[in-house]
Design a protein around this ligand. Structure first.
Ligand code: A3P
Ligand code: MG
Ligand code: MG
Length: 314
């Protein structure tokens, strides 16, 4: 597929159903999944152990962990993470910053259209089921997503998180999940050494951080020209990214990312001691600053809903 000429602008005006991203779902989808799988999760925890009821230390979205992993190299956007300790497990849920809300409000028409391009690329490459072919004439609906739930360890932190997966390899010999999963990405066409260097320094950091934790092994990248035509595709193996960037001067390092994420989780553990769905510690970070926090009781920051708290007790 050297020059597929997919037109990413196609359908933006007339075949696009856009998710309303003013609706903040917080951790609700994951919490519903946990309740539905509660007995399975609890049965794996040794009866006599003093560990958390669910057998995991942290519950969150993959995207929140991606932000933590990339924090050491982030120079533009800060973040806010709400943390609640409940039955020995720490729940982390992002809160929109004032700056991010303003950015969303002030997006240019061009920027809004370009956000569609990534989804359109997915539609060119993905079929609805194993037997079908992709249908680029269909509607792009960003309300639909498939999410995987992953249990893994980052140093001594037992994590349970969920993340959206773009597609899977349907070959007859494709491995079990997550090894069959493929992340799809678009990026500007690379024409100069400077552009290649920037791609390695900034894009590959984000791409690595997104796929590394859930164990998604491959990215299929579509390189687009300024008119939204895909002029080339490339498969990038996550395990090869550290080799791809090794010639960049003063580049990012995966271990720095993992260490920051681990240390932040350990710090949150030491700070958040009160086990209660009514208490939220709000952790705040801005570029070139240290992490700080504030404590909120019975406030609008509470994010574990009554149906979850009650469901866990029964
Ligand atoms: P690209 O990443 O190819 O630009 P994801 O790749 O994470 O599955 O997301 C699919 C697409 O959603 C992205 O494709 C992009 O178009 C859009 N998107 C996701 N997160 C975004 C963000 N924070 N800002 C702008 N667009 C975003
Ligand atoms: Mg996706
Ligand atoms: Mg993608």
């Amino acid at each position: 597929m050297s020059r597929p000429d997919f037109n990413l602008r196609d359908g933006y005006k007339d075949r696009f159903v856009k998710r309303d991203d003013s609706i903040k779902e917080k951790l609700d989808h994951i919490l519903r999944w946990i309740l539905a799988n509660k007995s399975k999760l609890e049965s794996r925890v040794a009866a006599a152990s003093s560990s958390p009821a669910l057998g995991v230390d942290v519950v969150t979205w993959r995207g929140h962990l991606t932000k933590l992993l990339t924090t050491p190299y982030e120079t533009r956007e800060g973040w806010l993470l709400a943390a609640t300790l409940f039955r020995g497990t720490l729940y982390l849920s992002e809160v929109e910053t004032e700056a991010s809300r303003r950015d969303t409000e002030n997006r240019t028409e061009r920027h809004q259209e370009m956000m569609y391009w990534g989804y359109k690329f997915e539609q060119y490459l993905c079929a609805e089921d194993m037997k079908a072919s992709p249908d680029p004439g269909g509607v792009v609906n960003t309300n639909e997503a498939f999410c995987t739930v992953v249990q893994t360890k980052l140093a001594d932190h037992k994590l349970l998180f969920s993340g959206e997966v773009d597609c899977r390899d349907r070959g007859p010999k494709s491995p079990a999940a997550p090894a069959c999963y493929i992340e799809l990405k678009t990026s500007a066409e690379i024409c100069t050494p400077k552009q290649r260097s920037n791609f390695h320094r900034f894009k590959l950091l984000k791409w690595w951080a997104q796929s590394f934790l859930p164990g998604v092994p491959r990215i299929v990248a579509g390189f687009r020209d300024p008119d939204g035509l895909v002029v080339g595709t490339e498969t990038i193996h996550i395990s090869q990214i550290s080799h791809l960037i090794k010639n960049e001067y003063n580049c990012w390092k995966p271990t720095v990312c993992m260490n920051f994420c681990c240390e932040f989780l350990s710090f949150v553990r030491t700070v958040v001691r009160e086990d209660s769905p009514r208490v939220v510690h709000l952790f705040s970070w801005d570029p070139h600053q240290d992490v700080t926090y504030t404590v909120h009781r019975d406030s609008s920051y509470c994010f574990l809903p009554p149906w979850y708290v009650e469901g866990m007790a029964s």
